[in-house]
Design a protein around this ligand. Structure first.
Ligand SMILES: [Fe+2]
Ligand SMILES: [Fe+2]
Length: 379
C-alpha cells in the first residue's frame, strides 16, 4: 500500500485508528444536512424509447413490481425484541470474537459489564444497524433523484424515476419499523454520511451510479440477504424480502448502465473510478466499526476496541467479507478489476474479498429476487 492510495480518504493508511476516530458526526442534533451537488442537470431531446432494450425492460418490470408498505406488511405484529436479538446473536458471537478476547484482558474497557450490558449491546447493535439502513435508503432516494436529472439517456431517466419511488418506500418502512417496534434510533454514521456526501456531490453522473448502485446498494443487498436469512421475526423478514426484490433491480440498473458507459472512458478515467470504488469500500468497512454504539454504551476510549476489530482473524471477519459478495462480481463485470494495471484487483486481494469475483453478477441474477406467490401471500 502506498500513502497516495489513501489520500482520497484523508489518511495515510486505511487502518489509521486516530484518523478513523477523528471523524465525528458534528450534525447529530440538526434536523437537516446540506450537500452541494456539482453535477449538471441534463435534458435530452432524444425521446426514442427502448434504444437501450435492457434498461427499457427493467423500467417496464419496475412499473409492475411496486408494493405498498402500508398494505402489504402487517404492522399489527408484536415484535419480541429479545427474540430478534437472539436470532442474530450467532452473527454477533463470531463478530464479537475479538471483543470477547478484549473483555478478558486486564485493561478491558468492559470490566464492569455484566449480562445486562452485554444484552443491551446486542440490542443497541440491532437498532444501530437498522438505523444505518434507514439513512442509507435516504441516501439512495436523493442519489436516484439526482440520476434522473443528470443521466443523458431517456431509458435511464425513466428507470431511475421508478427507483425514486422504491427508495421512498424503503425509507418509509425502515423508519416505521424503528419508530414502532424498537426504541429510538441512531444518527447517521459519520463514515456512511461521508460516503453519501461524496456520491451526491460528485460532478460526474456515472460516479453517483458507481457509489450508490454498485457499492452501497451492492453491500445492502448482501446485508439484507444475511439478516433476512437469520431472522425469524415475521414482519422484519417480510420487510427485508420486499426491499431486496427492489434492490436487486437497482444494482442491475447500475451494472447495465455503467457497462456501456465505461467502454468509452480512457484508462485514466477508469482509474479514477477504481479509486472511487475502493474509497467507498473502506468507508463502508469503517461504518461497521459502529463507533456510535460504543459511545452510547458509555465507553470513553474507543481505541482498543477499534484496534481489535481491525486486527481480527480472517474467520472473524466472515460477515464483513460476505458484504462484498455482490460488489466484487459486479466490479468484474464492469471491467474495473483488471483495467489498467489491475489496481482494484490488488486492493480487493488486500482486503481478502477477491474470491467472490466469479459469483453471478446482478444484471443477470436480479430476476431471482423477484417476489413470488409465496412472498406476496405469506406474512
Ligand atoms: Fe433501497
Ligand atoms: Fe435501492
Amino acid at each position: 500500500m502506498t500513502a497516495t492510495d489513501y489520500e482520497m480518504l484523508g489518511r495515510n493508511d486505511a487502518n489509521d485508528i486516530e484518523q478513523i476516530l477523528m471523524m465525528t458526526n458534528t450534525e447529530k442534533e440538526e434536523t437537516i444536512s446540506r450537500v452541494k451537488n456539482e453535477a449538471d442537470s441534463i435534458f435530452t431531446w432524444d425521446y426514442e424509447k427502448g434504444k437501450r432494450p435492457r434498461l427499457e425492460k427493467l423500467y417496464e418490470k419496475s412499473k409492475h413490481s411496486m408494493w405498498d408498505g402500508q398494505k402489504d406488511l402487517d404492522w399489527s405484529i408484536d415484535v419480541d425484541l429479545d427474540k430478534v436479538v437472539a436470532d442474530i446473536s450467532v452473527v454477533s458471537e463470531v463478530q464479537n470474537g475479538p471483543i470477547t478476547r478484549l473483555a478478558e484482558s486486564p485493561n478491558s474497557p468492559f470490566k464492569n459489564w455484566g449480562d445486562e450490558e452485554w444484552t443491551q449491546l446486542n440490542k443497541e447493535s440491532l437498532n444501530w444497524q437498522l438505523s444505518q439502513f434507514m439513512h442509507g435508503e435516504q441516501g439512495a432516494l436523493i442519489a436516484t433523484a439526482k440520476i434522473v436529472e443528470t443521466v443523458p439517456w431517456i431509458d435511464a431517466k425513466y428507470y431511475a424515476s421508478t427507483q425514486v419511488m422504491d427508495e421512498a418506500r424503503h425509507v418509509e418502512v425502515f423508519a416505521q419499523y424503528l419508530d414502532t417496534k424498537l426504541e429510538g434510533n441512531y444518527p447517521v454514521n459519520v463514515h456512511l454520511k461521508h460516503l453519501l456526501d461524496d456520491i451526491i456531490n460528485h460532478g460526474e453522473w456515472d460516479m453517483t451510479y458507481l457509489g450508490m448502485q454498485i457499492m452501497v446498494e451492492g453491500l445492502a443487498l448482501a446485508a439484507f440477504g444475511y439478516l433476512h436469512m437469520m431472522t425469524s421475526e415475521p414482519l422484519l423478514k417480510k420487510l427485508l424480502r420486499y426491499v431486496m426484490s427492489d434492490e436487486a433491480r437497482h444494482v442491475a440498473f447500475g451494472v447495465l448502465t455503467l457497462e456501456e458507459y465505461y467502454q468509452h472512458l480512457t484508462l485514466a478515467e477508469i482509474r479514477e473510478r477504481q479509486e472511487f470504488a475502493f474509497e467507498a469500500a473502506v468507508r463502508m468497512r469503517d461504518r461497521f466499526l459502529q463507533q456510535e454504539v460504543w459511545d452510547r454504551m458509555g465507553i470513553t476510549d474507543l481505541r482498543p476496541i477499534i484496534e481489535v476489530q481491525l486486527n481480527a482473524a480472517p474467520e472473524e471477519k466472515e460477515f464483513q467479507r460476505l458484504l462484498f459478495s455482490k460488489i466484487v462480481p459486479n466490479c468484474r463485470k464492469l471491467g474495473l478489476l483488471d483495467a489498467g494495471d489491475g489496481w482494484l484487483r490488488t486492493k480487493f486481494e488486500e482486503i481478502n474479498v477477491i474470491e467472490f469475483e466469479h459469483l453471478e453478477a446482478t444484471d443477470t441474477e436480479f430476476d431471482n429476487f423477484a417476489l413470488g406467490e409465496d412472498d406476496v401471500t405469506s406474512v
